[in-house]
Ligand binder design. Structure first.
Ligand code: NAI
Length: 468
């Protein structure tokens, strides 16, 4: 029996939620072990957010070259060598992995490579790929084992059938692509590959793409996608596919003609990955969808054991994982933290045009019983957007209606358009600070800037404005 090493905190899973718990815990003075079976950085860094945004940036460069003439620059698009984009993306990922690995040393976190499983009394066994086993015991354990892509029957991964994991390893742009599932991941890939010259079709099962999005914002995305030549088929039921001799496949859609393509991206959501966590002899419970069940402080049923990130049923966003990591470290230190308010976290989708929001949309605010005042302003009227040549989009703000009919507390800030993922922070603060329209209208925005549109939209809710 190997010796049992003792730690204040053992974190299983080195994705954003897990490494944040380890580093934040270490900076609070805890002795921390971080257990990862693969590569630090998890899905977000290695197979998700970071590589996807790197490809979206390559797509943005292709767009700029395409429109260079509008700016008086003669440029010819000789073609796209996607292997360069692939290598560039990989260098970014590897640099960030190196940075995180360096942080484990700088913060004196014990980094252990292997699959961690939890047993009774907060004992964690780390099984190395070489067959070795190490046993650790923690005063506290954080489970952060993340999620994996969901697939659908008849579309098993292989050849032209891919999930986000495989698409991110492509070294050439498929000429024709079907994206099954028009959620955040599907729309990001559709946008990137359409800008890179693929002929893209999105097949979405529900009546609309980006089903969680405010209808005014979703309409802007749909119109912009149409301009890129992306075909969107909603209410689509895929029934299977037949491989073609050229390495592509024919996708069968109920009641419609087959779609012959070179690549199929299955982006129908992600499922939690508790599969290797053991959990025998513990009171950690899984839901019927295999999420680890937690209370509002991310505590599982087992004393001293927490779960965070995509492993629990909260928004599957890296920055939500970060917030949960801080929450659990503060909780185990007895600092009485505020639970995460999941109704007001920032959301960001990096397709072109980008989408970002915090707080309820118009429909959700009304459904929650609020009497609301709404203002919408288009980027078309914004000077910086015109300078950029990026005029599709709008800012929409939903505020509580005061008894006298004026606009009060800002409930939701929703944006679609150029660089809105970088512009949300003012709106996010307003929503989470529970600021009123009158308060935020006092703040000055730089001119000319894209973020002016947020200021203008708030100003208009006071009943007076410069434009519109
Ligand atoms: P999702 O749940 O956001 O969207 C999946 C879509 O697929 C839904 O619209 C659903 O109706 C559709 N669908 C499901 N089964 C289908 C079928 N058989 N045929 C056709 N359509 C079908 O999942 P997604 O896009 O895979 O993303 C997973 C998670 O990752 C989400 O929670 C998302 O929030 C998060 N994420 C966030 C990003 C961001 O914030 N920028 C980027 C990428 C992912």
């Amino acid at each position: 029996m190997p010796d049992t090493q003792q730690f204040d905190l053992i974190v299983i899973g080195g994705g954003p939620a897990g490494y944040a718990a380890a580093f934040y815990g270490a900076s609070a003075g805890l002795q921390v072990a971080l257990v990862e079976k693969d590569t630090i950085g998890g899905t977000c860094l290695n197979r998700g957010c970071i590589p996807a945004k790197a490809f979206l940036e390559t797509a943005a460069v292709a767009r700029h070259v395409h429109h260079a003439k509008d700016f008086g620059i003669e440029a010819t698009q000789a073609g796209i060598d996607f292997s360069v984009a692939q290598n560039r993306k990989q260098r970014i990922v590897e640099g960030l992995v190196k940075g995180l690995t360096g942080l484990t040393r700088a913060k004196k976190v014990t980094y252990l490579l292997g699959a961690g499983s939890l047993g009774a009394n907060r004992t964690v066994t780390v099984a190395g790929a070489d067959g070795s086993a190490q046993v650790l015991q923690g005063r506290y354990v954080v489970l952060a084992a993340g999620s994996v892509p969901r697939t659908i029957p008849g579309f098993e991964v292989g050849g032209p059938i891919m999930t986000s994991d495989e698409v991110l390893m492509l070294d050439k742009v498929p000429a024709r692509m079907v994206v099954i599932g028009g959620g955040a991941i599907g729309c990001e890939f559709a946008s990137a590959f359409a800008d890179l010259g693929s002929q893209v079709t999105i097949l979405e099962g529900l009546p609309k793409v980006l089903p969680g999005l405010d209808a005014d914002l979703a309409n802007v995305v749909v119109k912009s996608f149409a301009k890129k030549g992306i075909a969107i088929k909603t209410g689509a039921k895929v029934t299977g596919h037949t491989l073609t001799p050229t390495g592509g496949t024919r996708v069968h859609v109920e009641g419609a003609e087959d779609l012959e393509v070179d690549a199929v991206v299955v982006s129908v959501g992600r499922r939690p990955f508790p599969d290797l966590l053991g959990l025998e002899g513990t009171a950690v419970q899984l839901s019927d969808r295999r999420f680890v069940q937690v209370d509002e402080y991310c505590r599982t049923g087992e004393p001293g054991v927490y779960a965070i990130g995509d492993l629990i049923n909260t928004p599957q966003l890296a920055h939500v994982g970060y917030a949960e990591a801080i929450l659990v470290v503060k909780d185990l230190l007895g600092e009485d933290p505020n639970p995460v308010d999941y109704t007001r976290v920032p959301w960001a989708i990096y397709c072109h045009p980008e989408v970002a929001w915090a707080g309820p949309d118009e429909e959700q605010a009304k459904a929650a019983g609020y009497d609301v005042v709404v203002a919408k302003h288009p980027f078309r009227a914004n000077s910086r957007a015109q300078i950029l040549g990026e005029i599709d989009g709008l800012v929409k703000i939903i505020a509580k209606k005061n008894a006298d009919g004026t606009a009060g507390q800002i409930l939701g800030v929703h944006m679609v358009g150029p660089w809105v993922t970088e512009q949300l922070s003012g709106g996010y603060l307003a929503v989470n600070w529970e600021a009123t329209v009158a308060e935020v209208a006092e703040f000055i925005q730089p001119h000319p800037s894209l973020s002016e549109l947020f200021g203008e939209t708030v100003l208009s809710l006071t009943g007076r404005s410069f434009n519109g």
